[in-house]
Design a protein around this ligand. Structure first.
Ligand SMILES: [Fe+2]
Length: 237
């Protein structure tokens, strides 16, 4: 079987993989994406009538949804064009690595943040990963984050793609309503976006005040068990 992690072939058996170094620019890109996704997720949760404590918890959890990308090779994160199947499986591991990161270490994150990190790429119709959950099997916070994540990712320029115009982003969200996205969440996003200024994406957004992990970019090595679980989930491709 082809190694899921490009470096896995070079790792001696049983050795814990070490988190790769990541450029500051990419770290900031991930952090700002986390902050904007959190802001959007909170706004959506408010539109959906959730209480204040839940709104705050959803925002905090959403801010860390992509924390596992710290463990993904930069060459894969920034590759333009289609990923090879082993690269795609490696990229998909960020959900497992993120959940593991939030559950371990000196300051473990709350359960909701781990759930969102693990499940924010599940699809309403069951077509997502890592488990292929569908509908309300997916926790609400993850369904909200999924929409906020995609809205922001498409709206921003990334190292592998230009920013999409807002009308194209909204057309995508509409096309994926009841497919990739919970229709209620997609509707909530539409309402949130209707109040956003056109240059919202060019304004920096602060991270939620309470931090689950240190902001210094220091990431501990993954436990071998997380890699092993990721390897097994990666076989879904
Ligand atoms: Fe993600």
């Amino acid at each position: 079987m082809q190694p899921l992690h490009p470096r896995a072939a070079h790792e001696p058996a049983g050795r814990t993989p070490v988190a790769p170094a990541m450029t500051k620019i990419l770290q900031e890109e991930i952090e700002q994406h986390g902050a904007r996704t959190a802001w959007l997720a909170e706004a959506m949760a408010r539109v959906m009538g959730l209480d204040n404590d839940t709104v705050q918890a959803v925002g905090e959890a959403a801010s860390y949804h992509d924390i596992g990308k710290q463990y993904i090779d930069e060459a894969v994160l920034c590759k333009s064009g289609q990923l090879e199947s082993h690269e795609r499986r490696h990229m998909e591991m960020h959900v497992v690595f993120g959940a593991w990161r939030l559950m371990s270490g000196e300051r473990p994150g709350p359960r909701l943040a781990s759930q969102v990190a693990l499940l924010h790429h599940e699809w309403w119709n069951g077509g997502g990963y890592p488990f292929g959950l569908s509908g309300r099997e997916i926790p609400l916070a993850a369904r909200i984050t999924a929409v906020a994540d995609v809205f922001d990712a498409l709206s921003q320029r990334r190292c592998y793609k230009p920013a999409w115009p807002r009308r194209d982003v909204m057309a995508y969200l509409h096309a994926q309503r009841s497919r990739q996205f919970d229709p209620e969440c997609a509707d909530a996003m539409r309402e949130v976006v209707s109040g956003l200024p056109a240059d919202w994406h060019r304004q920096p957004v602060p991270m939620p005040a309470r931090r689950l992990v240190p902001p210094d970019g220091v990431f501990p090595p993954l436990h071998a068990a997380a890699q092993s679980l990721a390897d097994r989930l990666g076989c879904r491709a």
